[in-house]
Ligand binder design. Structure first.
Ligand SMILES: [Zn+2]
Length: 358
C-alpha cells in the first residue's frame, strides 16, 4: 500500500511533510484536525470549516452510536452526507468516552459493556462492532477499540490495559481486512508513561502493518513534560513509512514540539472549547480572553495576522460585546478564529519544513 508518502524530511529536526490518501481526498501533513464530536464542529458551519482550511474532521463513535445511531447515519449517506462535509473524516473508536463518560463499565476479553450516559441503556462494544460502526459512518480513517490508561496509573494497570488493547487491536485489524473498502485503520500505541510498555506495544502492533499509528494515552492530565517525554520516546518506535498521530493534542507549543519529533497528525477540541469561554489565540499562540476590559473599545481584529472571517470583518470590541452580552455569535466567531489559527499555525510549519527552516 502506498497511501502515505513522505515528501520532505527536515535536516534540523525529525519533522517531515507528506501526503495521506483517503477515500475522500488527499491530506497534506502535518495536519491539525478540528473535532466535530456530534457530527458538527460546535458553532461552525461545515462550509466555513472547509473554507478556513480544514482538510479533515474528527468525529466520535461513542456519541454517534448512542445518538442518532449508526442506522440513521448510514441511511442518510454516511457521516459525509448526514453532516454535509465533503472532505475526509476520522472517527475515534469511542473507547475513551466509554471509560470517561459511561457508567457501569464491564471489560472482558471480548470487549466492553456499558450504560449510556444519556439514558442508562446497556450497550456492548467489541473490537469488531467498533469497526462495523465506523464502516457504517463511512469514515476515512478508523480507530480500534482501546483502553486509554488514566493518569497517574500503576505499572500493573498500564500493562494490563496495554495487553488487552493489543489483543483487541489484533481482532480489529483482522475484521477490518475482511470488510474495509479503502478506509484506513490506525493502530493505537498505549502503555502510559512506562517506556518498556510503549516499546512492547509499538513492536507488537507493527507486526500487523496498520495503515497508520497513533500515540494514545497522552494529554490525560499529566504534566506537559511527561507528554513530551512519551512522544519523544514513542515516535522513533513507529514505522517511518506510516502516518503518525498524537491524539488529543492542540496547543500551538505542543504541536510545534510534536511535529519536530516527527508527528504528522493532531486533533483537539480546544479551539472551540476555549472559544466558548472567550479565549482566543493571537501572535505566536498566546491565549487571551476577549472579555477582558482592555478590549472594550479595541477596534483591531482578534489577531492582526489572521485571515479568518472573524478577523477580516469584526473588531475585538464587537466580539467582546457579543461575549459579554452572551450572544451566540461571539463564540461562533471565536471558534472560527481559533480553528483557523491552528490550521494556519500548522500550515506555516509545513512550509518551513519544505523550505528547510524548521
Ligand atoms: Zn482570525
Amino acid at each position: 500500500m502506498t497511501h502515505f508518502k513522505v515528501n520532505t524530511r527536515s535536516t534540523r529536526s525529525n519533522a517531515r511533510t507528506g501526503v495521506l490518501q483517503t477515500n475522500h481526498g488527499d491530506i497534506q501533513t502535518p495536519v491539525f484536525m478540528p473535532v466535530g464530536t456530534q457530527a458538527t464542529v460546535k458553532g461552525v458551519l461545515p462550509m466555513h470549516v472547509e473554507s478556513h482550511g480544514a482538510q479533515i474532521l474528527l468525529s466520535n463513535t461513542y456519541h454517534l452510536m448512542l445518538r442518532p445511531g449508526v442506522d440513521l447515519i448510514r441511511q442518510l449517506g454516511g457521516l459525509h452526507g448526514f453532516m454535509n462535509w465533503r472532505r475526509p473524516i476520522l472517527t475515534d473508536s469511542g473507547g475513551f468516552q466509554v471509560f470517561s463518560l459511561a457508567a457501569m463499565r464491564k471489560i472482558s476479553d471480548q470487549g466492553v459493556t456499558f450504560s449510556s450516559h444519556l439514558d442508562g441503556s446497556r450497550h456492548v462494544m467489541t473490537p469488531e462492532s467498533v469497526i462495523d460502526l465506523q464502516l457504517g459512518f463511512n469514515s476515512d480513517i478508523m480507530m480500534p477499540l482501546d483502553i486509554c490508561t488514566g493518569y497517574p496509573s500503576s505499572r500493573d494497570q498500564a500493562e494490563s490495559d496495554m495487553l488487552k488493547t493489543i489483543s483487541w487491536e489484533i481482532q480489529a485489524v483482522e475484521h477490518w481486512r475482511s470488510k474495509a473498502r479503502g478506509q484506513h485503520l490506525f493502530a493505537i500505541v498505549q502503555g502510559a508513561g512506562y517506556r518498556e510498555l510503549r516499546d512492547y506495544c509499538a513492536a507488537e502492533l507493527q507486526k500487523y502493518d496498520f495503515p497508520g499509528y497513533a500515540i494514545g494515552g497522552v494529554s490525560v492530565g499529566e504534566p506537559i513534560e511527561e507528554i513530551e517525554a512519551i512522544i519523544a520516546h514513542t515516535v522513533p518506535l513507529l514505522p517511518e513509512h506510516r502516518p503518525r498521530y498524537v491524539m488529543g493534542l492542540g496547543l500551538p507549543e505542543n504541536l510545534r514540539f510534536a511535529i519536530a519529533q516527527g508527528v504528522d497528525m493532531f486533533d483537539c477540541v480546544l479551539p472551540t472549547r476555549l472559544a466558548r469561554h472567550g479565549q482566543f489565540f493571537a501572535g505566536n499562540g498566546d491565549r487571551r480572553n476577549i472579555k477582558n476590559r482592555q478590549f472594550f473599545d479595541d477596534s483591531t481584529p482578534l489577531d492582526p495576522g489572521c485571515d479568518c472571517l472573524a478577523c477580516s470583518q469584526f473588531s475585538r470590541a464587537y466580539i467582546r460585546h457579543l461575549m459579554v452580552a452572551k450572544e451566540m455569535l461571539g463564540a461562533m466567531l471565536l471558534s472560527i478564529h481559533n480553528i483557523r489559527f491552528l490550521i494556519r499555525f500548522v500550515d506555516t510549519i509545513r512550509s518551513e519544513i519544505e523550505n528547510g527552516t524548521f
